[in-house]
Write a protein that binds this ligand. Sequence first.
Ligand code: GLU
Length: 494
Amino acid sequence: MQVRVRFAPSPTGYLHVGGARTALFNWLYARKTGGKFILRIEDTDLERSTAQAVETILDGLRWLGLDWDEGPFYQTANLELHRQKAEEMVASGHAYRCFCSKELLEERRKAFEARKLPYKYEGTCRGLSSQEVVARLAAGHPYVIRFAVPRDEGAVSWTDLVYGEQSKQHVDIEDFVMVRADSSPLYILSNAVDDALQGVTHVIRGQDGIPNTPKQILIYKALGYKVPEFAHLPLILDPSRAKLSKRLHGDVVMVKFYQERGFLPDALANFLLLLGWSPGDDREFFSREEMIEAFSFEGINRSNSIFNFRKGDERNFTDPKAIWMNAEYISKMPLDRLLPFVIAEFKQKGLWRSEYESERSEWFAKTIDLLRARYRTLSDFTSLGRPYFEDDFDYEPASVSKNLKDTSLVTLLPGLADKLEKLQDFSAEAVEAVLRTYASQCGVKAGLLINAARTALTGQSVGPGMFDVFATIGQRRSVERLRRAVRLVVGQSA
Ligand code: GLU
């Protein structure tokens, strides 16, 4: 039997981290078993589904590298078929037409509520004779189609691949509506029929699908379809146990946000993998191949996953673990795999120069390699990294007041610049030798010059080894920046 799994998003919004995790787990299972990963757009909510939402979902999946083998199929294309299946169930006695009016049902529900009892449709129309049904149809009475849940002591049971034995008594299941009075099928029907017709063998979806499962199993059985396996995934909650929502948490729940904030798709996928799944040992980093190899339903946790989003600053905008993971990828992945992402970031920010493609390409790659150890997102390369590539950059006030407060720097910085200007070979070692000699000649600590130079050259207080910074920024620009910084020395007027 070939495994067939599907991701079935409703295109009513954006692709959120929960949906992306569901897609990832489906994809992993398909890839692991040599099966097929199907993409089905559940667009039956016509009022809320938009073409733009579909695009965002496809975009997000592509960006995450979750390639699908079949689809996208659109659920609305099959509505007629779903209706037919309901008719088939009416014909075989597994469903019936219900003529009870909305008003009547509403009245009954209220009466139950008044007595604090849950209302469940009592099956009034279940016993209508075929003559009565024909007469009402002929008179044009509107009707819905309801499933006739067996009236016995039995139960619907399944072994969930994550949550284990599940069961619901028939008496606890209402004769649920499958087709509305306007003849549109309900989601519960469309979803099950599509799964059956698309040959889905494993339904891997969020835990919020559990209440639908017994009804869907009844539908499968009534139509003579093989019941698929079910694997429900734990919820994703914030630290205060609220469900992640755009309304509550903002953009941080959207995949697109990570794309825009400079995440690497592999890092986000790795983070999502660990959101509800664990390998059973302490491994944290998984290449795609390793994920595929390690993934199993047994590793999925039953307890809810906590997503520790943050409403922090530019650099702390989401779960610290996600940021840490991205930083690890940035600093450790093979440079040649990182570069295309960095180049795209430069292009997007308008900082890409044609010279990086030719004579400076090696310099560009080396500079990225030097910077990446400290960076967390791709955006850091164009924000924090800006001084390495552009002459106009900001000096952080804290860096200026810390490193440029000694007034003797007014003469020391140009003095150092003069010495460095004379260097033939502007290597890190040569710069270091010049700086240290100059410091001892002037009777100051080398550290004073090193720190001041860092602020002068980059506007920042932290960064790679300072002599590497000199060599990277280059002789002409380093000399210029040392001279230019004199006006910044604390107390100097510009
Ligand atoms: N369209 C449903 C959703 O987005 C899919 C549920 C399922 O996978 O069965 O929640």
